[in-house]
Design a protein around this ligand. Structure first.
Ligand code: SF4
Length: 904
């Protein structure tokens, strides 16, 4: 195994020496290695090693020597002071709290950088000449220093500086120190260790590793290759220790986890763990606690409620089932809202009777307890109330069951304590302010379950300091990512950052720091693999120059490192030729189901036979679907023939152009009064609905102006309902409108406000068959005597009526568009160019009948017509599981084969 020099560390610790590690992570790693070596030696008990991380070492040493009673600020307290200073600026007094908080965080970072790299800039006179943002920060820094002096406070960033003076003035003997896991020693650290006395850095082994640098096709293959290699190493030697280095762990964590899970047999213990935790707010029990606390006094969004009712931390399983049913009921009745206040949810007429009684009692009782408290209290008093409120509400995290629960609860308590500590300056806050702080504290706490000492450790480059292994795999060694670059700090002048060598202030500094990490990795294991993806998304990438200098030019991945294709993974395909015929004879869901059958047989099966449903999220106003429905209602009202509606082209042209908009307004007004859902009316200001009304009047007037230009026609039916038989299946149809054209033929019209294209009807596999179905099967029951039989030339047509501002037109197929729709149509108009023909009609008829037969026979394979577009607008991905890598890979492959075939 590679080393921090394990034997030297062991010898030092056994003699009672102190090891200072660069970070908490490094100290835990060194301690774990120490204990493992003792176990290998067969020892059953040994003294705890004296290993301490840099921050703890400095704080403890300062506390031992400080007797003036000043309060050492924690991060939350320091941020609160910076935020107060910033918000007291006249020109920032109206800034939103979140913006002030962000600036406060950046000011605290800038202060920390000064303390670490350039302490002399803490003197106000050394900052003369700083202007703009740096000038503003300089003033805040002066106020911050003043506030700390006046109130007896000290920032953690200043502690090393004070400690240096105390060490210089004291002459007590101190234990010797050895440093481990430091990729670089900052000026202040060096000064402090020198003031301390006896210190040294453990020398690292100089034996360099065997190095390979791989060029891999894309990021997914790179991850798969690394995961596959790691699992094979562990299979060959279960005692092996592997270290995977990845950059930007927070963002790519999910992808890495999926790649490693791919090679973990189901039910087996995970062989990998991440060094970095995830924010406490992403742990379900902590997140549910925060949501419950918020719901007691403020609304939750619909998605938050969905999430809350899907976790098991706030209710019993039977209660959760009832709450989920309540959400479904609201949506089915089109009662969804973007946000739900607790009281409104509990009292909603559609669900209140079926809500679980016990749960309602608990949550109401918690809400009442909160209401009874004074509006402003100290953070400590609020903190005392958190657990009782959660217990009253029935939050199940109050009674941890497993070790994981205990660990989460400990971190949750830490978050509450942090916010309670904000009472240090005697402030009083509202519940809402307290809760906001609690959410921030939980977001900043990174939770990682206690290490199970997995053989594969996944860490970032800097966090890997102190870790050793038998082999290392460094992912993402491309030119852009390594050396790691980042912006300079906006609150410090650039020349200052360069002068003092602050992080990312020059490419040279980035290079030197990354170089130090790379060299450390090379001596931390006998075998080191670097890899990079030559294609990242749509961009080609090049190998890291730093790694190329050390490891030589990258080579393509050797065959034995190539991960197996997804098809050959542990899942395998079973040809399921069994089908379960549809016995009802009546198709629930109408004609849309036959379109779904064409788009993807499984989609039709899941919707019509399993009752699967996707739904639109609630919007803070009318949803596109509701807007479309209002437009349909207005046009229906106009062409219904019932007064004040009209029926024919003659009726329409009899209305003067000046009166047309007044005529439309009457219909729009009636529809808006009767058809706008009550919850939208309650939520939105009257002006919103007035604007919607004006928009509709303008849109419909424009549409009627288009209809004026048509060849005379009569509207024969609007919103006509009928039931037709298609290949033995009875299907309910509803036609938006059917016009009788002047040659006696019929035109089927479907109103559309979105972008639609008649190409969707194109054979051999249409995306949409609704209008062909209406035209070929739906007209018979309307007027059987006039139904045009097949065999002769096609007549009439089927069109989308595109009702869109500036784009009103018919789009579709008409047998003779110039003589029946508009004589002015140009020769290049698609209505004229692509005529409706009898051949096309009979091909559609055959195809639709075949679809109906397939549906009845139970044909239900997952076979999207145009992957991935068909799936993107489907919403059933969680049911058919097409998103899973092996399924996705299969369809992506099919698509690329199809592409190649059509381009050969
Ligand atoms: S997501 Fe795609 S594969 Fe799944 S049911 Fe919908 S269309 Fe079919």
């Amino acid at each position: 195994m590679g080393s921090e020099p394990g034997a030297k560390i062991d010898a030092w610790l056994r003699e009672g020496g102190v090891v200072v590690a660069s970070s908490d992570r490094a100290s835990r790693a060194i301690r774990t290695e120490f204990h493992r070596r003792r176990q290998i030696e067969g020892i059953s008990a040994w003294p705890s090693p004296n290993i301490v991380d840099w921050k703890t070492f400095v704080r403890r040493s300062w506390e031992e020597r400080n007797a003036d009673g000043r309060l050492l600020l924690n991060n939350a307290q320091e941020l609160a002071i910076w935020s107060q200073i910033i918000s007291s600026e006249r020109h920032l007094s109206t800034a939103l709290p979140a913006a002030v908080r962000r600036m406060g965080g950046m000011a605290a970072e800038a202060h920390d950088l000064i303390c670490l790299y350039a302490p002399r800039l803490l003197r106000e006179e050394a900052r003369v000449g700083w202007d703009q943002d740096a000038g503003a920060f300089s003033e805040w820094l002066s106020k911050f220093s003043q506030r700390c002096r006046n109130d007896g406070l000290i920032s953690l960033s200043r502690v090393p500086l004070e400690l240096i003076s105390k060490l210089r003035s004291g002459n007590a003997s101190r234990s010797a120190l050895r440093l481990a896991g430091f990729d670089r020693i900052l000026p202040v650290q060096r000064e402090l260790f020198q003031a301390w006395g006896d210190w040294e850095v453990f020398e690292t082994d100089t034996t360099e590793a065997q190095i390979d640098f791989h060029s891999v096709r894309d990021v997914q293959t790179e991850l798969d290759a690394c995961a596959y290699w790691c699992h094979r190493q562990v299979a060959a030697d279960p005692g092996i220790r592997l270290l995977v280095i990845t950059q930007d762990q927070a963002r790519s964590r999910g992808d890495i986890e999926r790649a490693f899970l791919r090679f973990t047999p189901p039910g087996e213990i995970l062989l990998f763990e991440f060094s970095l935790g995830i924010p406490l707010t992403q742990i379900p029990s902590a997140r549910s606690a925060l949501l419950v606390l918020r719901w007691l006094h403020a609304p939750l969004s619909e998605t938050e409620l969905d999430w809350l009712f899907a976790t098991d931390s706030i209710a019993r399983p039977d209660e959760l089932a009832a709450l989920q049913l309540a959400m479904r009921t609201l949506r089915r009745r089109d009662m969804q809202r973007p946000r739900w206040e607790l009281e409104r949810f509990l009292a909603h007429g559609s669900i209140s009777a079926n809500l679980p009684v016990d749960w309602v009692r608990r949550i109401l009782s918690a809400e009442r307890s909160l209401k009874e408290l004074p509006a402003a209290r100290s953070p400590v008093d609020w903190a005392d109330k958190v657990s009782p409120l959660l217990a009253t509400a029935g939050w199940r995290g109050s009674t941890p069951q497993t070790s994981f629960d205990f660990q989460v609860q400990r971190r949750w308590t830490q978050a509450i304590d942090t916010v309670a500590s904000l009472g240090f300056d005697g402030r009083r806050t509202s519940w809402s302010e307290f809760l906001t702080e609690l959410e921030h504290a939980a977001e900043e706490i990174l939770f990682a379950p206690q290490s199970a000492d997995a053989p594969i450790q996944i860490a970032g480059p800097a966090e890997s300091a102190g870790l050793t292994a038998d082999a290392v795999w460094f992912l993402g060694a491309d030119e852009v990512s390594w050396p790691a670059a980042a912006p300079t700090h906006p609150f410090l002048p650039l020349h200052v950052q360069r002068e003092f060598g602050m992080p990312h202030s020059s490419h040279l500094h980035d290079w030197e720091f990354s170089h130090a990490i790379t060299r450390r990795l090379l001596v931390s294991a006998p075998q080191v693999h670097f890899s990079f993806a030559s294609q990242k998304g749509d961009v080609e990438s090049r190998p890291s120059r730093l790694v190329s200098q050390i490891a030589g030019a990258p080579r393509s991945l050797e065959d034995d490192l190539l991960p197996p294709a997804y098809d050959a993974s542990s899942t395998f395909t079973v040809e399921d030729s069994s089908t379960r015929p549809y016995s009802s004879g009546h198709l629930q869901g109408g004609s849309a189901i036959l379109s779904f059958q064409s788009q993807c047989p499984f989609k039709a099966f899941a919707i019509a036979r399993l009752g699967a449903q996707s739904w639109d999220p609630a919007e803070s106003g009318l949803s596109p679907r509701q807007r479309g429905q209002l437009l349909h209602d207005v046009l229906h009202s106009i062409w219904s023939g019932r007064r004040p509606g009209i029926k024919t082209h003659g009726d329409l042209i009899a209305i003067d152009e000046e009166n047309l908009s007044g005529f439309v307004r009457k219909h729009v007004n009636t529809v808006m009064q009767s058809r706008v859902p009550t919850h939208i009316r309650e939520q939105m200001p009257a002006m919103y609905l007035d604007l919607e009304e004006t928009r509709l009047v303008r849109l419909v007037t424009e549409w009627l102006m288009f209809e004026v230009t048509r060849v005379p026609f009569a509207v024969e039916a609007v919103e006509a309902k009928s039931t037709v038989r298609v290949a033995g299946l009875s299907v309910d149809l509803r036609l938006d409108r059917v016009d009788r054209l002047h040659d006696g033929s019929q035109l089927v019209i479907d109103y559309k406000t979105g972008s639609v294209d008649p190409k969707a009807w194109d054979l051999p596999r249409p995306d949409d068959v609704q209008l062909p179905l209406y035209k070929l099967f739906g007209l018979i029951p309307l007027q059987p005597s006039l139904f045009e039989s097949y065999g002769g030339p096609a007549r009439g047509g089927l069109v989308f009526a595109r009702v869109r501002t500036g784009d009103t037109c018919f789009a579709g197929r008409v047998a003779d568009a110039r003589s029946t729709v508009n004589p002015e149509l140009r020769g290049n108009s698609s209505l004229v160019k692509r005529k409706l023909t009898a051949t096309e009609e009979s091909a559609w008829k055959e195809y639709i009948e075949a679809l109906a037969k397939d549906f009845v026979q139970g044909r239900a394979e997952v076979d999207p017509r145009d992957y991935p577009k068909t799936c993107e607008r489907c919403g059933l991905q969680s049911v058919c599981r097409i998103q899973e890598p092996e399924n996705r890979a299969r369809f992506e492959q099919d698509e690329s084969e199809l592409f190649n075939a059509t381009h050969e």
